[in-house]
Design a protein around this ligand. Sequence first.
Ligand code: SF4
Ligand code: SF4
Length: 424
Amino acid sequence: MADYRKMWEDLGMDVDTHDQLCEVLPQAFGDVYLSQENRPESMDYYNFVVAEIHGVRPAELIEHQKKGGKVFGTFCVYVPDEIVFAADAIATGLCGGSQFWVPGGEKVLPTNTCPLIKASVGARLDRTCPFFRIADMYVGETTCDGKKKAWEILAEDVPVHVMDLPQMKREKDVCSWADEIRTFKKVVEDFTGNEITAEKLAASIHMINNKRKALERLYAFRKNDKLPISGKDVLLISQIAFYDDPTRFAEMTNKLCDELEQRVADGISVFPEGTKRIMLTGTPLAIPNWKIHNLVETSGGAVVCEEMCTGTRYFERLVDETKTTVDEQIDALAERYMGINCACFTPNHGRIDDIIRLAKEYKVDGVIDVNLKFCSLYDVEGYTVERELQKAGIPVLGIETDYVDSDAQQLRTRISAFIEMLGA
Ligand code: SF4
Ligand code: SF4
């Protein structure tokens, strides 16, 4: 990585502790990613983004702030980035996916809190992530209890706006989410000093839809019998989608897709014939959480789909672009976002339908239901997920894990046995 020390110091970061993270990340990335054979050349862009993860994009965000722009940090796929970009601000994902930040979170949160929340709080309070320092305002949501309480702790340190997400999907809930988006629009306008017009909102809806379309195009290659790209690589791209510039991201992902089209035409596959096709479902895999993909793809399987927030929930379904007034556009946003199926909703039949549909579309041999430790929402829903998959005749393995590597060997044994069983 280039030398960003001065930038990190100016951000008030604990640079010495942050150095420890900078030391381990390249090794982890090399082991998991660069060791793969026959990767598409266009992966170079994403390799570069990760190599410079705490440098290039943070520097761009700071440039934007120097010109008077604001940066909003988000933690959930229900928060509509379109509103932020329509006010000439930038939205960036802030979910923490590394064990490195967990002890910092445990200083203020109970140990039995999910690692995603602990890592996110730790990254802010320990001052060891530039993105968490740069964001002028955090946008939380009322999705799960751990997050709700974490916003209160974070709000002592940084401005936080919390969106009240309904937990049912009746018509009145969709209307209530639209109202919540209207309130968010006002908050963003006041904070940035920029009015969100129908024209600006139309442009940002179009921009984010283009990002979704690029991801959808990428995922479609995973429906092929011959897989031109690994699941690990697609996961990395999905993770980068949360904080890269949306227009550049769509451009680079479409460029990669052009290369993948050629690979398909040339009959190139990155896996040997007969490799078992695995779908993951469950809690999000925030960067740099590559553990399960790595275990599957070094145990005789290929991950072909993720029914996760770092997966299909992020890009499926577009926002209707035909609306011409801000009010109608906000209703269209509410309609699209309330179509996402997170375990925080009750009842949540839509998620089961999605999982069964995706398992068929991606021709999967088996599903791994992977949940972060202490996430009771996904843990409890796992009962229904696994029962319905079994009913549909789709083999399923349920696992619970967190960010530490100490369970990797035990998980490898279980995942290998599962994949082997699929061949029987
Ligand atoms: S799992 Fe649910 S709460 Fe977590 S990011 Fe996804 S939608 Fe949001
Ligand atoms: S993984 Fe579960 S507990 Fe953790 S933030 Fe998401 S919904 Fe909440």
